[in-house]
Design a protein around this ligand. Structure first.
Ligand SMILES: Nc1nc2c(c(=O)[nH]1)N[C@H]1C(S)=C(S)[C@@H](COP(=O)(O)O)O[C@H]1N2
Ligand SMILES: [Mo]
Length: 398
């Protein structure tokens, strides 16, 4: 059995509670929110106007994306932490590749400076948690599922700059018969239900790694923020968020298929509608759309409102968004404000003039260029992954 090398040295700066120091670090402009509520282990400020804290995680309030463009600013981006953000110093950081899938079979390391000196690539990609929308299995479909009850804000889009993982693998001497990688984070081991599951890690097939995966060191033109993986994280385009390992420390390279609890126990589909032992490990995200309105928003009768929102699909560019303002009885095509590009979301709008006061249900439905369309009901799974159904968005006309 190969043994992992010692973890890369980490610089344990003082734990930063969300406070004045953290505010200074995050560089956040003055916001309407009062004091930022602390989420255990998240460094950046989490103004209540922009975030809902859920355990060790922070969900973005989807409606507040109305004032953002195609990219989600780093200080507005959701955070999903299994434990807590490690504050790492790029100067001390190194990445170790090791395993029988390397020619030399000896570990190969890359320092931060070395990585920065390799040819860089920049691309826009969404990061979306596999559980985004999980809460709707319960609120919309009446099903009990385990996990963080996100609504729709466990997603964001950013412009990532970094090095192709393919380039690093080739420099490290990738063997032709390597099949799987196991990238692992430098955050603390994840302990749940009394079991130490070790550090966050999930197998990544070599084929995907060579295709479009990036070792990212910049987010929207700035060094990666602490909470989003500083100094280096993976970005695995179109795949569920867990694939994009933050605070990357080492990558096992193997000629045999690898597993971790993140591919065996979690991030697969279990339940009556799925194969007895569970589905294959999840890879691609699904498709969704949402309104830039809080649930229960009030809108004035007798006025024309400009409904806005966004739509996205991990399969293909968004081709159309249809919106219903009468609970699904009739539908109108929304106007799309961004060119169709896979891996980016599309902002949409539609005018609506409600005549009478009372409750109303708004719906939006994405169709992508290869014909996927959001179903009325998502097929349930016990851990509530990949919610894809049309969301029934309650509002009140006053
Ligand atoms: N090392 C490490 N990587 C991680 C995680 C983590 O807890 N530790 N969470 C994963 C999950 S489940 C998601 S959805 C994304 C979230 O990325 P973000 O916090 O930058 O939005 O990071 C992934 N990478
Ligand atoms: Mo996630």
């Amino acid at each position: 059995m190969p043994h992992p090398p010692a973890p890369a040295r980490r610089s344990l700066l003082k734990a930063l509670a969300a406070g004045p120091a953290a505010a200074a670090l995050g560089g956040l402009a003055a916001t309407p929110a009062a004091a930022a509520p602390a989420a255990p282990g998240i460094v950046k400020p989490l103004p209540e106007a922009y975030f809902t804290v859920r355990g060790t995680n922070a969900e973005a309030r989807f409606e507040t994306f109305a004032d953002t463009g195609p990219l989600t600013p780093a200080d507005r981006f959701f955070v999903r932490n299994h434990t807590s953000t490690p504050v790492l110093d790029a100067a001390d950081w190194k990445l170790t590749l090791w395993g029988d899938g390397l020619h030399g079979r000896a570990p190969v390391t890359f320092g931060y400076g070395q990585l920065r000196s390799l040819p860089s690539v920049t691309r826009t990609a969404l990061v979306e948690c596999a559980g985004n929308g999980r809460g709707l299995y319960t609120t919309q479909q009446g099903q009990t599922v385990s996990g963080t009850a996100w609504t729709l804000g466990a997603v964001g889009a950013a412009r990532w700059r970094g090095v192709r993982l393919a380039d690093v693998l080739h420099r490290a001497g990738l063997a032709h018969d390597a099949v799987d990688l196991l990238p692992r984070g430098l955050d603390d081991p994840y302990i749940s239900g009394g079991t130490d599951h070790g550090r966050v890690r999930r197998p990544l097939p070599v084929a995907k790694a060579l295709d479009d995966v990036i070792l990212a060191y910049e987010m929207n033109g700035e060094p990666l923020p602490y909470d989003h993986g500083h100094p280096v994280r993976l970005i695995v385009p179109h795949w569920i968020g867990i694939a994009s390992i933050k605070w990357l420390g080492d990558i096992e390279v193997s000629t045999r298929p690898l597993t971790s609890p993140w591919s065996t126990d979690w991030y697969r589909l279990f339940g009556a509608a799925h194969p007895a032992g569970g589905s294959a490990p999840l890879t691609r995200q699904t498709l969704k759309s949402a309104h830039h309105l809080p649930f229960g928003a009030t809108l004035e009768a007798g006025r024309t409102h400009r409904l806005t929102g966004r739509a996205w699909s991990a399969h293909a560019p968004v081709r159309a968004v249809d919106v219903s303002t009468d609970g699904g009885a009739t539908w109108r095509p929304a106007r799309l404000h961004d060119g169709p590009r896979r891996g980016a979301w599309v902002r949409w709008s539609l005018p609506w003039r409600p005549d009478r006061p009372g409750p109303a249900t708004l719906l939006s439905r994405t169709t992508d260029a290869v014909g996927h369309t959001q179903p009325d009901t998502a097929v349930p799974n016990t851990q509530g992954y990949l919610f894809d159904a049309v969301v029934r968005h309650p509002v009140t006309v006053v």
